[in-house]
Design a protein around this ligand. Structure first.
Ligand code: IVH
Length: 672
């Protein structure tokens, strides 16, 4: 019988890995996300019922839920070098010449190179021992990096196991296999991530987002961010031929994603052709590439050619120049964000750039206008490098037309006429009229209705403009008091759409507590922070009453965010708004408090550090809450209890130093 279950679990695992592969590597999914989740749930249930069946490379082990405070440093078996960069094809020719000369001296056979795309992400190293992923690390300073295994495990294109049975595992001496590559984000996933973050905390580009995500402490949050891994380097599986091209093919056989767009080039002409071909084609890729990497195909010569202090002599990166275009600045408009920030936006004569048509570009802040010396009707050069949004690089002064006029930098808010202010230490100007400025109200309403917040799809921009313009909506609370006849009087709104909006608003009343917190649009409170707050506080009333220091104890919330939350609730209108929302039927609290299971944790603030073997963090937190306790994020003299799991972080040391009581998972269970 047990054998039968074991076989079922193994078959499920194979099935899940196969669908993972079809989805992430071959981009040919055979089943829906829903069906995939069902398979995974089935396996989770099976492993829960039969823990003895659990294996370390089970797809259920990707999301650890483990919280680590610091990442231990690990030394690389071989330094992780960078690449020499060039923007010039002449230098590529010189690279080939140098290779040829060295090869003659070294008695090499061929100077074939492999041309690959240069992925714009973060370099990592994966170490497999006895076929299982056992460590993943960042490059760090090249000699040693951070151990971020838990985070890398969450990436579906990082195989948890490779099958080396057909190969000789000898090159590293220990039977280890090392794979290096780049972690990156698809543009689409990057945009989705940014949309879920508060305006003021958005990432500039997918690479920054990836780097930030790899350093997150909560690997379940990492898993939500959908990063990818592409492999371009392999050591330890000794392929007989020792050619880079076959190693890439071998990586694919082992289940790695390589992107597939590499090509063997026999001479400079073929290299030039590859570079030329991808200079346009790259814009159609779902991820960002900033160039081409050339590597000598004959791996046996790599060691002999050696490296400078920073980069190997057997490889070079060609970087595509940033794309530029010339166009006319038609107008500069000043947008007021949901938090009052004034952003100058350049309206441009539409022009083709880097695969798309550009008609707007941000000017970041007022200083930028002065720095560029740009005037309306000027010809300007715009540039798009890695960034998603193009920027104005310079003014073409020799082509300045006669009809230029200076950009009118406003002193008052273009929306409500309030005198703009500039806080010390900030570059931005703000409209301080938080409550009345229509632009800020519109921004708050749109944020409230956005997909990750209350998800009120029928409430689009045009409708919000009307509602706020007619002063039917002065804050998000007013949305719930709108009446059918009022709506029907609006332009382009028939009885049917009015009804749809009212129904959508009605349904939004029951959205989860963390969404409700996020929807308020508190500065620096994104989805992840809102989730933490929803765990730590039973209701918005409790949160509104909390002191700054107390909020700063919530996991992953620092002093700046804590102050911002506290300021929000002490600011004008917050209480009134909460009252309005509550009267409208929003509960503004977490799930119905079940009667306490017992009072074993009453009045005790608890911190978890390291991994617990029997519960994930959410479950462990719930157990404490159901017993009258509180969950906090950082250790202080006031902390009641630290529960230390496997590989505890720095919190343990701190707790010991402060004399806070520390207990093991077993003791924790006994206390429950
Ligand atoms: S090979 C010693 N191949 O670019 C050579 N690197 O600017 C190791 N990169 O550090 C790197 N795509 O993070 C290689 N196809 C590719 C790459 C690639 C992106 C990154 C990598 C490297 C950096 C150098």
């Amino acid at each position: 019988m047990a054998g039968g279950i074991r076989e079922t679990a193994a078959a499920l695992r194979r099935e899940i890995e196969r669908h993972n592969r079809l989805y992430y590597i071959e981009a040919k999914p055979e089943i829906s996300d829903f069906e995939f989740d069902r398979l995974l749930e089935k396996l989770v249930a099976l492993e829960k019922e039969h823990p003895e069946l659990l294996v370390p490379d089970s797809p259920t082990q990707r999301v650890g839920g483990a919280i680590t405070r610091t990442f231990p440093a690990v030394a690389h078996a071989e330094p992780m070098l960078s690449l020499a960069n060039t923007y010039s094809l002449d230098e590529i020719a010189e690279f080939c010449k140098r290779l040829k000369k060295l090869l003659e001296e070294e008695g090499g056979r061929s100077m074939d190179t492999v041309a690959e795309l240069k992925f714009d992400g973060v370099a990592v190293s994966l170490l497999y021992r006895d076929g299982l992923l056992f460590r993943g690390a960042t490059r760090g300073d090249g000699m040693q990096g951070d151990d971020i295994t838990a985070n890398l495990r969450t990436i579906p294109t990082v195989p948890l196991r490779i099958d080396g049975t057909d190969h000789d595992l000898s090159a590293l001496g220990t039977g280890d296999v090392e794979v290096r590559g780049e972690v990156f984000m698809l543009k689409e996933d990057f945009n989705r991530l940014n949309d879920s973050r508060p305006e003021e905390d958005r990432f500039a580009n997918p690479r920054n987002a990836t780097a930030g995500t790899l350093k997150l402490q909560d690997s379940s949050e990492v898993a939500c961010r959908r990063m990818r891994f592409v492999a371009y380097w392999l050591k330890g599986l000794d392929d007989e031929t020792a050619v880079h091209f076959s190693r890439l093919e071998l990586l694919e056989k082992l289940g790695f994603y390589t992107g597939g767009n590499y090509r063997l080039c026999r001479n400079l002409g073929e290299i030039g052709h590859f570079i030329e071909e991808w200079s346009e084609k790259r814009w159609k890729l779902p991820f960002e590439t900033d160039g081409v990497v050339l590597k000598l195909n004959d791996v046996r010569l790599w060691d002999r050619l050696g490296a400078t202090s920073k980069s190997p002599r057997w490889a070079i990166a060609y970087k595509y120049p940033a794309q530029q275009a010339e166009t006319v600045l038609r107008e500069v408009v000043f947008q007021i964000g949901r938090l009052g920030t004034v952003t100058p936006v350049a309206e441009l004569e539409p022009v083709k750039l880097a695969g798309s048509t550009v008609s707007r570009s941000t000017l970041h802040n007022f200083d930028e206008i002065g720095r560029l010396g740009v005037m309306i009707n000027d010809r300007v050069v715009i540039e798009k490098s890695g960034e998603v949004i193009p920027k104005i690089l310079s003014v073409v002064l020799d082509k300045r037309p006669a009809d230029v006029r200076p950009v009118d930098v406003p002193e008052t808010c273009p929306e409500c006429g309030t005198l703009l202010v500039k806080p010390e230490n900030e570059v931005s100007w703000y409209c301080p009229n938080e409550r009345e400025c229509p632009a800020q109200i519109r921004g708050r309403v749109l944020h409230f209705a956005s997909r990750d917040a209350m998800d009120i799809r029928t409430l689009g921009k045009a409708l919000v403009d009307q509602l706020v313009g007619l002063r039917l909506v002065k804050d998000v609370g007013d949305l719930y008091y709108l009446q059918q006849p009022q709506l029907e009087r609006l332009g382009r709104m028939g009885p049917k759409s009015a009804q749809n909006l009212l129904r959508a608003l009605d349904e939004s009343r029951t959205k989860s507590f963390d969404r409700q917190i996020y929807a308020l649009g508190i500065r620096h409170v994104g989805r992840a922070t809102a989730r933490e707050l929803a765990i730590a506080y039973p209701s918005l009333d409790h949160l509104a009453r909390a002191g700054e220091d107390e909020i700063a104890m919530v996991p992953d919330i620092g002093p700046v965010v804590a102050r911002s939350i506290h300021d929000y609730f002490s600011g004008p209108g917050a209480r009134e708004l909460l009252g309005k929302l509550r009267d409208a039927g929003l509960k503004l609290c977490g799930p119905e408090k079940k009667a306490l299971v017992n009072r074993n944790f009453e009045g005790i603030s608890v911190i978890f550090t390291g991994t617990l073997s029997r519960y994930d963090r959410q479950k462990a937190s719930d157990l404490v809450l159901e017993r009258g306790g509180r969950i906090v994020g950082s250790v202080s003299g006031k902390t009641g209890l630290v529960v230390a799991g496997n590989e505890p972080g720095s919190k343990l040391a701190k707790a010991r130093k402060l004399g806070v009581r520390v207990i093991s998972e077993d003791e924790f269970e006994a206390m429950l």
